[in-house]
Design a protein around this ligand. Structure first.
Ligand code: AMP
Ligand code: MG
Length: 420
């Protein structure tokens, strides 16, 4: 018995239950951006490795400069100069100063670095004209990272700062989860690949746009599309094509999962020994959705309508893929948005409406629908930068209501305003 007509939240929880990340591989640090760490990373060194100056200036004893001012400067002997990348020869004696550059090791005994702006005088004698830096401007060894400490946990998504940290602790080839391999099977007698566009011009075919949009969405989510095949509405042909999906980490099918006369996907999955555990979700677009296991990996049966396919991929496929990729927070974060127009729902289902977000003068995000919401209108999906989440109740949402929107890119479509 499969679960039917679950809410979107229950459906997602069901699908993600028990999904474990795929195996790991080592990649060059430069190629690790966007990947998910498969192991904790420990630092073999302390950072910074030595007490160092955070300013260009003079390393001194705080006790020697207390009370210094422009009117009553303190004069100290300059015993040497330490540049970044060099070590000093002496420990600092009383009444002495060492000229020091940012990042250079602070000499033994010094407890302050006086910024150069507060000093004057010749090369051998320095005049300290302010005591505000007494006890300041030294970065302690190990204040950032202690040798032996974990600097990054498995499950971390590697961003630019992470690449920097990994580099600084010597991790040249981090262990990351490999990209999940995703098989994509489109079904439909009417479908041709884009290379068959002549048949579209001929009048009785359409391009299997899902093949391409889903592959792109898989790539965007950190997966590797494999086995992109198109099958006619014929159970034997679908079975044959589905067999080629064996070995993938996730199987996506599009189309043929509804109740039409030629909808064979569920039947073929069962024939191949797969199991349908969930069918239909209380949402629009995308209600006729199937989920289960086939060849011992998750299978997600997306509806054929191009918008439904992408919206359901976004809601269910992407989190599955992110979980397989090792991410610990697989969902996109929804943001509050004020709806700028009245919305009337025709069914008590959770709706995901294509919208454009913009920055209001009030500092809030505002959402405008992209127009007609038919699930066949793929151009309206390309115009949208977010999906507005409209709960099943109430049926009428007044303009000015705050709902939540699911941005379709991490960048919220970008803003024309500087943020600060
Ligand atoms: P189905 O889910 O098979 O009933 O298909 C629903 C609608 O989506 C029909 O209008 C199909 O022509 C269309 N469709 C199905 N598969 C695709 C595809 N791969 N690319 C574009 N449109 C599709
Ligand atoms: Mg079909």
């Amino acid at each position: 018995m499969s679960l039917t007509r679950l809410s979107v939240g229950d459906a997602s929880a069901h699908m993600l239950d028990g999904i474990a990340p795929v195996g790991e591989e080592r990649v060059d640090l430069r190629a690790s951006l966007g990947r998910v760490l498969a192991r904790d990373v420990t630092s073999p060194v302390s950072l910074p490795p030595w007490n160092n100056a955070s300013m260009d200036g003079f390393a001194v004893h705080a006790a020697d400069i207390r009370g210094a001012s422009a009117d009553a400067p303190v004069r100290l002997r300059v015993v040497e100069t330490i540049a970044a990348g060099r070590r000093g020869r002496f420990s600092l004696s009383e009444g002495a100063a060492v000229r020091i550059m940012t990042g250079a090791p602070v000499p033994e005994g010094a407890d302050s670095v006086v910024r150069v702006e507060d000093t004057g005088g010749g090369p051998d004698l320095v005049e300290i004209r302010d005591d505000r830096d007494a006890g300041a401007n030294i970065r302690a060894a190990g204040e950032d990272v202690r040798a032996g400490a974990v600097v990054m946990r498995a499950g971390t998504i590697v961003g630019a700062a992470h690449v920097g940290v990994l580099a600084s602790v010597g991790c040249a080839r981090p262990h990351v989860h490999r990209r999940p391999r995703v098989a994509i099977l489109a079904t439909g007698d009417e479908l041709v690949p884009v290379e068959g566009f002549d048949e579209v011009l001929g009048g009785d075919r359409i391009v299997s746009s899902n093949t391409y949009s889903l592959a792109a969405a898989v790539r965007e989510a950190g997966g590797e599309p494999v086995q992109m095949v198109i099958a006619p509405d014929d159970p034997d042909a679908i079975a044959h094509c589905l067999r080629s999906a064996e070995g993938a980490d996730l199987i996506l099918t599009s189309g043929g999962v509804s109740v039409g006369d030629f909808d064979y996907t569920r039947e073929v999955v069962a024939r191949l020994g797969g199991e349908l555990s969930l069918w239909r979700v209380r949402m629009r677009p995308g209600a006729p959705l199937g989920f289960g296991r086939l060849f011992d990996v998750p299978w997600l049966g997306l509806p054929g309508n191009p918008v439904s396919a992408l919206v359901t991929f976004e809601l269910f496929g992407r989190p599955l893929l992110r979980t397989l990729a090792g991410a610990m927070r697989p969902h996109r974060r929804a943001v509050p948005a004020i709806v700028d127009e009245k919305i009337t729902l025709r069914a008590p289902l959770t709706h995901f409406l294509r919208c454009v977000l913009s920055d209001g003068d009030d500092g809030s995000l505002h959402a405008r629908l992209t127009g007609a919401q038919s699930s066949g209108m793929l151009t309206s999906m390309s115009l949208a930068d977010a999906l507005l989440i409209v709960p099943p109740e109430p049926a009428v949402v007044a303009a000015g209501t705050t709902l939540r929107a699911l941005p379709l890119d991490g960048d919220l479509g970008g803003s024309d305003r500087f943020p600060a």
